[in-house]
Structure formats: structure tokens, C-alpha cells
Design a protein around this ligand. Structure first.
Ligand code: C2E
Ligand code: CA
Ligand code: CA
Length: 716
């Protein structure tokens, strides 16, 4: 039993506005009191009835629960005022009592709008008051907390949507099209970016945005998705009214109609043109040479890969060219880097504009370019044709700072598939071919051949081996004596280096000196040679000098003077007993410091000889540039003496000039008696050659025995 049993007192039922008595009549077996109790308890609201003094007559259990009041707190007879106070102080309080006060009917009839009771725990009730004729009052309390909450949520959601819509309209481009693709909505941003007014847009087909940048397949996929009610997202390029293109990150959402099928499409776009532009710049930079704007190495490799693929499919060969300028460094050095850059730009332009469609050029860096030549059937003939075209293109003079400048070209060519079937292999082989052109005097082209490959393999191996060779004591000095042409007395010994290679055997200097020069190894090796030669010579008779060859590369770090002086001091050898043989390549470097170092050595008493005289272009002029003590006529002249009239003439004029300048002359490479006679008669001071002695290691050279040579007539 509910609280009703207690609260229900002996009040007259006819006071109630409800037709409870009629119900009681219809069901005679149930007691009217009990009936009323059941009825009041079953009402899904709080109910309470007050008499004309506003004292509680009856209330249901729900009412007490709603305000957190137990039946003992609201016995019949409690005043409305006290109940309100108890409710405010109860477990679910406080309560907005002021609004709920009741002083009697104010005009009769139920109030149009119910009062609202808000409790401290967040519950919200409506309170409907129904005054009775006798001054009593019926109150119905309904819990609307959930409804209120839902309503508040709906309101908040509505508000949020409005705000979001506003934010979206500010930030992004919104357009809605109907099923036929006509615009039915366009926000300000869309008008702005598209360049069309809203009037121009509405009713127009969205095709007016088409840029032509996308393949039809992209749109097919787009329509397929949205027609099925799915969302499509992607980056699109659109065209604005003035024709300019812009990129938008686009989300197209179908708006479904009541039948669940799309009724319209909403496109939300974000302008990503700036990002796209930046991306394009990055891609461009990654694929183009910064200076000339033509393709770079990455693109070249890609082209070769593509050509390789095509080759497999169509069996069509192609060619890879490496093009290197001759004398470019010189232009950079003399005219400055700006002029060098201008030349490269001009050349890139010439190549790009004059090559054919199937020929693509790239710059690899510095003055090195590469060309991939494709076509129906590219073989030697086609490659030669392109090589000569490129040489013509380069050979046209360049105008730099109002000055006409010419450069030559060296071109290395590798053919696919004969020379290689990978980009790396083809480039490496074209490089080897280029290397050959360079080493054979430049300005020309060359195809790769297998011989080059072998050379390079040993070359790399030798470079590797060379670095440990000094520590392993693998270098040797052989000596070749020089003789006085008249008396045949030995007057000096030329140190000639050899390398006792553990696998390859005894290597001649021609096989490794150039590698030492290229790799910076000539300085340590040259230091060793000087020290060893001076130490050896210290044990020889005082009238025998030692001659040591110096490479131009030994002058690079500027320590040559110091190195020679310490070699002499360490060995205790007088500077007068050292002869240094240099070639005119030292002067080609055009460095004052080289000449100064030689001069300092000459100043302390070292003899300076100009070696290989006559092989260079301007030997005679160098004779006037530096006060040499000695010149050594190259063996090619010695060997041409007896057969070629011009050789005899050259030797005669060298001798005449040398006499004039007080320089002594040595002839090297004397192999025959005839050569010896001719030279001696021409007035050569010293001779050297296989006729008299080959270069030998020291233990085999008996210097004392050599002296016995010095008898008149021995050589005759
Ligand atoms: P080079 O200074 O002109 O040396 C003379 C070369 O001619 C030597 O060759 C020698 O063996 C060779 N020769 C001597 N007499 C005759 C002859 O009658 N007939 C022929 N056909 N050849 C003769 P090698 O020893 O092979 O040296 C070659 C070159 O290597 C040298 O030419 C020199 O430029 C360089 N070289 C040798 N040793 C050294 C060195 O210690 N330091 C430097 N920097 N270069 C060196
Ligand atoms: Ca020499
Ligand atoms: Ca020589």
C-alpha cells in the first residue's frame, strides 16, 4: 500500500473534479476509497489536492518521490506553504519557491501556462494548478526533465549547425547542384574563386568549371560514386571565368531525398592552389637543372630507363652520349664564373632547341651534358651523325661580355644494348669513352670499346694498391747514367722510379705515375724518391750527380723546396750534386709560386734541367722564361735524327740557341752508334741511352766500371 492509505482521510469524494464516483458505480464490487487510491497512484504524474485552507487533503506516491519527500513529511493537513518549504530543503532541492507560491485563484480556471519547478538536481517539473469551486486546489506535477534536455540538445545542435554553416561559408567554397548538374546554391567563396556572380552561376551546368586537366576516367569514377550515394573526395583543377586555373580539394556529398536516392549534390571545396604551386615547384626543381633549366640527372636516368623498356618491347637500340666541354675551366678562370654560367645557359638553349624529338638533353653538372638518342634504329651511324651535329652546335663561337669565345667538345658514346642494358652501365661506358677522347687530345667523339673497360678495372685496382705501396716498400729506384759526349765519362745518374707490384710485377712509371698525379699521391711518392735518390747518391764519387724527375703535381702544396732541402740535409749531399728535371707542363699551370720554388732551388746550387725538350708547343719560349742550366732533348728527336731531316734541323737550332744562352744540352734515348756520332758532332754535351746503359737497380750498376767506359773510341 502507498502513502495514500494514510493520507486518504474522510473527505468528501464529490469535491473531486474527476468522475471517480461514476467509475465506482461501474465497478460496484470495488470499494470507492480503494478505487480512488488505485486511480490516483496510477497517474503518471505527481498529484495532490488541497482544501480551501490550502492544507493537503491527498497526494500520490509519485508526488512525494518527485520532490524527495517521504510520506511522513507530507501528512494530510500539511499546508502548501510548508510542503514547498520541505521540498526546497529536501534531498532534490533547492527549489524556486518564489515562483510557486499560491495565494488563491486569480481569476478562476486553470492557468494557461503551467508553472515550472526547477530542482537543485537538475530535474524540471511543470506544475498545473486547477482551483476548485470551494477554494481548494488540485496540482498536477509532470516531470519534463528528459524532454527539456532533448529540447536543449536539439537547440544546441541547431545553433552549432548554424555556426558551422557560417564557418564553412567563410572558410570554404560551397556549391550545390541538382541531379542535372546545375548549380542551385553557391556561396560567396565560390563566386569569388570562380570569378562568376551568383546570378551567372545559378542554373548553369557545373561543366563551366572544367579545366581539361583531368582524364575522363576520373569523372566517370566520381559520378559512379556519388550516383550510388557515396562521398567522393579528390583534388580537382577548375577553370575560373577569366580562364585561369585553380586547384581545389573537393568533397562531393550526395544529399539524399526521401526515397533514399540522391536529390542534389553538395560540393565543398578548399582552395589548394598555393600548395599545388609549391608542390609543382618542388617537383620542377627536383627534375631540372637550376642554372640552365634543362632536365637534370634524375630525368636523364628516367629517360634511359624508359628507353630500355622500349628497347625490350620494340627491339630498338638507343645511344647515350656524355658531352664535355674542352677549355671551359679556362673560360671560368679568365672571364669569371658569370661568363662561364652564361656560356652554359646559351649552350643548353642551343642543344635544347636544335635536337630532334627523339633526342633529349640533360645537364649533369659543371660543363657536362648528356643526351639520350632514341629512334627507330639507333646504331653507330645515327650516333655519329648526332655527335657531329653536337660538335657543330658547340663550335659556334659564344659571345660573352662582347667577346667571342670558342670551346671544343669531347663526346663519349655508349650504345644499347651492345654496350650495356642498364642506365648505370651505359653511363659508365659512355664516361670511359669520353675519358679516352680527353686523353687523346680532346675535341672529338669516341665509342666505348671493351679494351677501355679492362683498362679502367686495372686502373681502379692500381689506385687502391698504390696507397699502401709506400709503407710496404714496393717502390724502387733504377738509375740510368748520363755521359759526357766527348770523353764518355759518366757525369750523372738519372733516378727512374719503378713499382714492384706484388701481383703485376715490376711496373714502369708510365703505368702508374699519371695515376699518382691524378690522385694526389705524387707528393708523398715524390718525397720518397727525392730522399732515396739523395741518400743513394751520397755513397757515389763526388763527380757523379744524381738527376731526379719532378712532376708538376709535386708543386701543388708549395712544399717542394723544403722537401728537396731536407732530402739533401738528411743525406748530407751538396746541392751541387742534385739535378732536378722538370717539364714545361710546370709552366703551363701559370703559377708564379712554381717558378719561385725552382728559382730558390737554383739559388742554393741545385741544377735545373728542362726535360723532354721539343715535345711541348713552346719549349723555346720557356727557355727564355727561366734560366735553365740544362736541357734534355727528347728521345723522339734523337731517334729521328738519322732518318728525318727536320729532326736534325731542330736539334741544330736547339744547340745553337742553347750555346747562345750558356745552357748545356743532353740528348736522351741514344740507341745507335750513328745517333751518338751525329749528336756528338752536332755539339751535344751529354748523352744518355740504351746504347750506353739501360736504367738498372743500384746493385747491378758498377760505377767504377762505368768509368772505365771513358776511353776514347769505346763508343765508336
Ligand atoms: P724521362 O724522364 O724522359 O726518362 C727517360 C725515359 O726514357 C725512361 O723511361 C728511360 O728508361 C727511357 N730510356 C732511356 N734510354 C732510352 C733509349 O735509349 N731508348 C728508349 N726507347 N728509351 C730510353 P722510364 O724509366 O720508363 O720513365 C718514363 C718516364 O717516367 C720518365 O721519362 C719520366 O717522365 C717519368 N719518371 C720516371 N721516373 C720518375 C720519377 O722518379 N719521378 C717522376 N716525376 N717521373 C718519373
Ligand atoms: Ca727525365
Ligand atoms: Ca725525357
Amino acid at each position: 500500500m502507498g502513502p495514500l492509505s494514510k493520507s486518504f482521510g474522510g473527505h468528501a469524494l464529490h469535491d473531486l473534479p474527476m468522475d471517480a464516483a461514476a467509475v465506482a458505480v461501474a465497478r460496484p464490487r470495488i470499494q470507492p476509497d480503494a478505487l480512488l487510491e488505485v486511480m490516483i497512484e496510477s497517474i503518471p504524474s505527481g498529484l495532490c489536492i488541497f482544501d480551501h485552507d490550502l492544507k493537503l487533503v491527498i497526494s500520490n506516491g509519485r508526488y512525494g518521490n518527485m520532490y524527495g519527500l517521504g510520506p511522513e513529511q507530507i501528512p494530510p493537513g500539511t499546508s502548501l506553504h510548508d510542503i514547498l518549504a520541505a521540498s526546497a530543503a529536501g534531498a532534490r532541492g533547492p527549489l524556486n519557491i518564489d515562483r510557486l507560491r499560491y495565494d488563491g485563484p486569480d481569476g478562476g480556471g486553470p492557468r494557461a501556462t503551467p508553472l515550472v519547478a526547477e530542482l537543485g538536481d537538475g530535474s524540471v517539473f511543470t506544475v498545473s494548478r486547477h482551483p476548485m469551486l470551494d477554494g481548494g486546489l488540485i496540482e498536477v506535477h509532470r516531470d519534463i526533465t528528459d524532454a527539456r534536455f532533448a529540447e536543449a540538445r536539439a537547440e544546441a545542435a541547431r545553433q552549432e549547425l548554424i555556426e558551422r554553416q557560417y564557418a564553412i561559408d567563410q572558410a570554404v567554397i560551397v556549391a550545390i547542384t541538382d541531379l542535372q548538374g546545375r548549380f542551385i546554391y553557391a556561396n560567396d567563396n565560390f563566386c569569388k574563386i570562380s570569378g562568376y556572380s551568383r546570378d551567372e552561376l545559378l542554373g548553369q551546368n557545373h561543366r563551366i568549371l572544367k579545366s581539361g586537366e583531368h582524364p575522363p576516367s576520373l569523372f566517370r569514377e566520381l559520378y559512379r560514386r556519388i550516383a550510388r550515394g557515396q562521398v567522393w573526395r579528390g583534388e580537382l583543377c577548375n577553370r575560373s571565368k577569366d580562364g585561369s586555373l585553380y586547384w581545389v580539394d573537393t568533397v562531393i556529398t550526395p544529399q539524399l531525398g526521401p526515397n533514399g536516392k540522391p536529390a542534389a549534390y553538395m560540393a565543398i571545396r578548399v582552395d589548394v592552389t598555393a600548395r599545388k604551386r609549391a608542390e609543382a615547384q618542388v617537383v620542377y626543381a627536383a627534375r631540372h637543372d637550376a642554372l640552365t633549366g634543362i632536365a637534370n640527372r634524375a630525368v636523364l636516368l628516367e629517360r634511359i630507363e624508359q628507353a630500355l623498356q622500349k628497347m625490350q618491347q620494340h627491339d630498338a637500340g638507343f645511344a647515350v652520349f656524355l658531352v664535355d666541354l674542352d677549355g671551359f675551366k679556362n673560360i671560368n678562370d679568365t672571364l669569371g664564373h658569370a661568363a662561364g654560367d652564361a656560356l652554359l645557359k646559351e649552350l643548353a638553349y642551343r642543344l635544347k632547341t636544335s635536337l630532334r624529338d627523339a633526342e633529349s638533353v640533360a645537364r649533369l653538372g659543371g660543363d657536362e651534358f648528356a643526351i639520350v638518342q632514341e629512334g627507330r634504329a639507333v646504331g653507330r651511324e645515327e650516333a655519329i651523325d648526332l655527335a657531329s651535329r653536337v660538335m657543330d652546335i658547340v663550335s659556334c663561337p659564344f659571345e660573352l661580355d662582347g667577346q667571342e669565345v670558342s670551346v671544343g667538345t669531347s663526346i663519349g658514346i655508349a650504345l644499347a644494348p651492345v654496350h650495356g642494358t642498364s642506365a648505370g652501365e651505359l653511363l659508365k661506358k659512355a664516361d670511359l669513352a669520353l675519358y679516352r677522347v680527353k686523353s687523346e687530345g680532346r675535341n672529338g667523339y669516341s665509342f666505348f670499346d671493351e679494351e677501355m673497360s679492362r683498362k679502367v678495372d686495372t686502373r681502379l685496382q692500381l689506385i687502391k694498391d698504390m696507397h699502401g705501396a709506400l709503407h710496404r716498400d714496393e717502390f724502387r729506384l733504377h738509375y740510368q747514367p748520363l755521359f759526357d759526349a766527348k770523353t764518355l765519362r759518366p757525369c750523372g745518374m738519372e733516378a727512374l722510379v719503378r713499382w714492384q707490384h706484388p701481383v703485376l710485377g715490376l711496373l714502369a712509371p708510365d703505368e702508374f705515375i699519371f695515376l699518382a698525379e691524378e690522385t694526389g699521391f705524387m707528393e708523398p711518392l715524390g718525397r720518397w724518391i727525392l730522399r732515396k735518390a739523395c741518400a743513394d747518391a751520397a755513397a757515389w764519387p763526388d763527380d757523379i750527380r744524381v738527376a731526379v724527375n719532378l712532376s708538376a703535381s709535386q708543386f701543388r702544396s708549395g712544399t717542394v723546396f723544403q722537401v728537396a732541402v731536407s732530402a739533401l740535409t738528411e743525406a748530407g749531399l751538396a746541392p751541387e750534386r742534385l739535378e732536378l728535371e722538370i717539364t714545361e707542363s710546370l709552366f703551363l699551370q701559370n703559377k708564379d709560386s712554381n717558378v719561385a720554388a725552382i728559382q730558390r732551388l737554383k739559388d742554393i746550387g741545385v741544377t735545373i734541367a728542362l726535360d723532354d725538350f721539343g715535345t711541348g708547343y713552346a719549349s723555346l719560349s720557356y727557355l727564355l722564361m727561366f734560366p735553365f742550366d740544362k736541357i734534355k732533348i727528347d728521345r723522339s728527336f734523337t731517334q729521328g735524327l738519322s732518318t728525318r731531316a727536320d729532326c736534325a734541323a731542330v736539334v741544330a737550332s736547339i744547340l745553337a740557341l742553347a750555346k747562345e744562352l750558356g745552357i748545356s744540352v743532353t740528348a736522351e734515348g741514344v740507341e745507335t752508334e750513328l745517333q751518338f756520332e751525329l749528336l756528338r758532332n752536332a755539339g751535344v754535351d751529354h748523352v744518355q741511352g740504351y746504347l750506353l746503359s739501360r736504367p738498372r737497380p743500384l746493385p747491378e750498376l758498377d760505377i767504377v766500371a762505368l768509368r772505365s767506359f771513358a776511353r776514347p773510341g769505346v763508343a765508336a
